[in-house]
Design a protein around this ligand. Structure first.
Ligand SMILES: [Zn+2]
Length: 357
């Protein structure tokens, strides 16, 4: 079928009519099988722009997903702000080891050389490589003009990045982060203000280098039953400003059972909200209304990792029948996920349309 995948995805994000409901992943796509086939493995693919791009493109070219999604960790901004990061292994994602602002937000500000720090230059280079391969163009965030050779591709390029609350939790450490929501709202406000500024500067750089859409996994712990509902109010000003000042579409990915928070989150201005299987698509659609689109939510562990292609298809078709706007895994794809299960996502979408004809 002659679908322009970029246009189709951007239409879906805006709630416009689509050729077919997009089937892709807005969360991480690096698996061992794709690493072997692309010749680009973790941990190198977290910092080498060519390897990062090759592994990301494999998610589209080999697994069939209707977007290219990179990178594969949530530690880029943490590292740029001085956290020590362990880069992990071929099967284990990077993690943050130290927290330079574990006492207070004192001295926290946006670094003047933010875009030159840590792996950010490598991420921006990978963005340019991928923008060229997906038929996009740096500079506008939409990729409107495709060159002749890549015209047929026109695949949307989704950049993942930490949101302000994740950056906050990394630089402060998770314990202080959670305690301060209860005991030090002034600290939370200061952290969120600066971390939001940092996210906006980095997000706009990603758009300028050719990303089409951002996916920001963020806020999960605060939006679940673990925390009082008023804790979420401390995140909303940052989220709202992020959506307003970022020059392109922003997807919030949020982990956990966040059903009670979805209405409130949908008021922040995100184009779409990506949810785990812990929230049903029907409940999410009801909570979000027409303020944002709903993305999800094939179970990444029980179904994609441990199930068969038949399991994946059954769950995917249920998501479609329940009214999901964009079909996707409910969270990051586990590295050991079989390629056949990844391919089953798009196959299920195609079968679902055929079965309705
Ligand atoms: Zn998640």
């Amino acid at each position: 079928m002659e679908t322009n995948l970029r246009k189709n995805f951007l239409n879906a994000l805006q709630g416009k009519p689509v050729d077919r409901i997009p089937a892709l992943s807005v969360t991480q796509t690096g698996t061992i099988e794709l690493m072997d086939r692309a010749g680009a493995a973790w941990p190198e693919a977290h910092s080498n722009p060519e390897k990062m791009a090759a592994l990301a493109f494999a998610g589209h070219e080999i697994a069939g997903l209707e977007a290219v999604r990179y990178p594969y960790c949530l530690t880029v901004l943490a590292e740029a702000l001085g956290c020590e990061v362990r880069m992990g292994t071929k099967g284990i994602q990077p993690s943050v080891l130290s927290h330079p602002f574990s006492k207070s937000p004192e001295g926290l500000e946006v670094p003047e050389d933010l875009l030159q720090r840590g792996r950010i230059p490598a991420l921006l280079e990978a963005t340019e490589i991928l923008a060229a391969r997906t038929g996009g163009e740096a500079g506008n965030g939409i990729g409107k003009e495709a060159s002749k050779e890549t015209e047929k591709k026109n695949v949307p390029l989704i950049a993942g990045m930490e949101g302000p609350s994740t950056v906050f939790s990394h630089i402060a450490g998770i314990n202080d982060y959670l305690v301060w929501f209860m005991k030090k709202p002034d600290y939370v406000a200061r952290f969120m203000e600066v971390c939001t500024d940092i996210c906006i500067e980095y997000a706009n750089a990603l758009f300028e280098h050719g990303a089409d859409v951002l996916c920001v996994p963020d806020g999960g712990l605060v939006a679940t039953d673990l925390m009082p509902p008023k804790a979420l109010d401390l995140l909303k000003p940052g989220f709202t400003r992020l959506c307003k000042e970022t020059r392109g579409p922003v997807i919030l990915h949020i982990c956990g059972d966040v059903e009670r928070s979805l209405h409130s989150l949908s008021e922040c201005g995100f184009d779409a909200i990506s949810i785990e299987e812990k929230v049903s698509i029907k409940a999410a659609k009801a909570a979000v209304g027409d303020r944002a689109r709903v993305i999800g939510n094939i179970a990444p562990s029980s179904t994609l990792l441990f199930g068969t292609p038949e399991h994946v298809k059954a769950e995917a078709k249920q998501c479609l029948s329940d009214g999901v706007d964009i079909l996707a895994p409910g969270c990051g794809i586990a590295p050991m996920t079989p390629l056949a299960n990844m391919r089953a996502i798009v196959e299920a979408r195609d079968e679902w349309y055929e079965e309705r004809e």
